[in-house]
Design a protein around this ligand. Structure first.
Ligand SMILES: NC(=O)c1ccc[n+]([C@@H]2O[C@H](COP(=O)([O-])OP(=O)(O)OC[C@H]3O[C@@H](n4cnc5c(N)ncnc54)[C@H](OP(=O)(O)O)[C@@H]3O)[C@@H](O)[C@H]2O)c1
Length: 254
């Protein structure tokens, strides 16, 4: 019954978003969790090692946060953030996320994930691959084109003059509306980057990937992890998406 109500609300683009489930407590999952508790949301966060390994993160996040299993994080929210290495996504049972809006933060790094033929051949985007596994979920690709340490630097309240926009891609319009409402609450405007098939426009090495948010666009690669962020408006993000050319994923070495 609850699932049917949630699915109906999602089709209408509505969400109460009291609780956010987060699977993956690393750089991106933890950064999103910090924004969520700052926005007054409850968070249930999980990793692969189990809730006891999350004591210090949950203590830092405060009373709105709870550590759980992946099952508990998946059940906690109408929207669940999936922020794990791409190679690990088949380890998360698809049933866990059935009927959920899944915010997919995964990128394909062959050096970490191994070579995936369908991606190297350009037959699928990364998020199409993940959507195939979570066939009964509505996947929305988000937070994939911003460095983790830039997330807190760029989050701003709704309407702030220097607010940044992040692209979203997905095949379910209502799920994208839900994701956009969530990102607004977390501190970002959003730009609709189209379907999951279109999401190569903000995959690694594309014009709308992480370099877009550098304060100094000439920052050398080896300094990226220390480099400060600069705000990017919806118009700038849209321009980057439009100018993107599809990267030859098979040539990617990192
Ligand atoms: N870092 C960035 O700046 C950045 C930017 C954009 C997108 N991304 C993408 O976002 C995703 C997460 O990146 P990250 O940097 O946050 O990674 P990370 O720091 O390595 O964290 C990965 C998290 O996933 C968890 N995990 C792995 N397998 C799992 C499983 N089967 N079930 C539940 N949890 C599992 C890990 O748990 P344990 O630690 O317990 O193993 C860890 O908490 C990746 O796909 C990455 O490519 C990263």
């Amino acid at each position: 019954m609850l699932r049917r109500q949630a699915a109906a609300a999602r089709r209408r683009g509505e969400t109460t978003m009291r609780t956010l489930g987060i699977i993956g407590s690393g750089n991106i999952g933890a950064a999103i969790a910090r924004l969520a508790v700052a926005a007054g949301m409850d968070v249930v966060i999980a990793n692969s090692r189990g809730p006891q390994s999350l004591d210090s993160l949950v203590a830092e996040l405060g009373p709105l946060a709870t550590a759980g299993t992946s099952d508990e994080a998946a059940q906690a929210g109408e929207v669940v953030v999936l922020s794990i290495p791409l190679r690990a996504h088949p380890d998360v049972p698809a049933d866990l996320l059935a009927d959920k809006v899944v915010l997919d933060t995964t990128n394909y790094y062959p050096s970490r994930d191994g070579r995936i033929a369908a991606l190297d051949a350009g037959e699928l985007t990364t998020s199409e691959l993940v959507q195939r596994h979570f066939a009964d979920s509505a996947l929305v690709k988000a937070f994939t084109n911003i460095l983790a340490h830039h997330i807190p630097q760029l989050a701003r309240p709704t309407g702030a003059a220097d607010r940044s926009a992040l692209p979203l891609a997905g095949d379910d319009a209502a799920a994208k509306a839900t994701a956009a409402a969530l990102l607004d609450r977390l501190g970002f405007d959003t730009v609709d980057a189209g379907s999951l098939a279109d999401s190569w426009r903000f995959e690694p090495e594309s014009a709308a990937y992480t370099r877009l948010y550098l304060a100094d666009p000439s920052t050398p690669d080896e300094q990226l992890l220390q480099a400060p962020a600069g705000p990017r408006s919806s118009a700038e993000v849209l321009q980057a998406l439009r100018s993107a050319e599809r990267v030859d994923v098979a040539a990617r070495v990192f």
